[in-house]
Write a protein that binds this ligand. Structure first.
Ligand code: SF4
Length: 209
């Protein structure tokens, strides 16, 4: 069975585990790890989405004691397995209500499903980290190569929708990648604040972590 739940911590009892729901994505970011390597800390990240909720639970339950945080992340956009994510969030809430749940997302999901995803997941997700990645749509298109229309505006709408639901949200940019010299991080920070989000400038790291 491939990697659905993994840790990047060498500690036998990690504080945080990550859930790798899918390799599909509506972006094709120029810095995406998927185009650079096949594993994260030795965990093979490629799979074909052919798994069940029980498979996720089985991998998760191997962490004993359970971690403090679960982060949906991995090699793809986790909301593209929206129902699977919802079921696993419900499982965590019912069995481990103390665990904090975060979703790292490209912020396209509301546009993809034509609904308000932060509202739909209210109470199931404690916080979001949304890849803003640029201060305008031209830069965003160059960096993220989105497959949906008006992607940059949709990302901003998603961030605002998280804040409007009262769910903690952080907008992030990646800097320090040698092919991106033009991201205006302070302008991105301003946009993040205007949308009601915190801001994180994430230095690009070769291996991702
Ligand atoms: S949004 Fe994330 S998974 Fe998708 S292409 Fe960009 S970096 Fe890769």
């Amino acid at each position: 069975m491939y990697t659905l739940v993994y840790s990047i911590d060498k500690n036998e009892h990690p504080e945080t585990v990550y859930v790798n729901l899918t390799n599909a994505c509506t972006n094709s970011c120029i810095f995406c790890l998927r185009s650079q390597k096949d594993d994260v800390c030795g965990a093979e990240m490629w799979h074909d989405d052919n798994y069940s909720l029980e498979d996720i639970i089985n991998q998760f339950e191997k962490y004993n004691p359970t971690p403090e945080n679960v982060v949906f992340c991995g090699y793809g956009e986790p909301f593209l397995r929206r129902e699977m994510m919802k079921e696993f969030c419900k499982y965590l809430r019912e069995n481990y209500p103390q665990i904090k749940i975060r979703v790292n997302t490209n912020g396209h999901a509301s546009a993809v499903y034509k609904t308000n995803i932060p509202k739909e997941f209210k109470g199931l997700v404690d916080s979001y980290s949304v890849s803003l990645n640029a201060a305008n749509d031209t830069d965003y298109d160059n960096i993220c190569k989105p497959k949906i229309k008006n992607a940059y505006e949709e990302v901003k709408k998603f961030i605002k929708a998280c804040a409007d639901e009262g769910t903690e949200v952080t907008a992030s940019v990646v800097t320090g990648f040698d092919k991106i010299h033009y991201v205006d991080a302070s302008e991105c920070e301003k946009i993040a604040k205007e949308l009601g989000a915190k801001f994180r400038n994430r230095e690009f790291i070769e291996n991702g972590y």
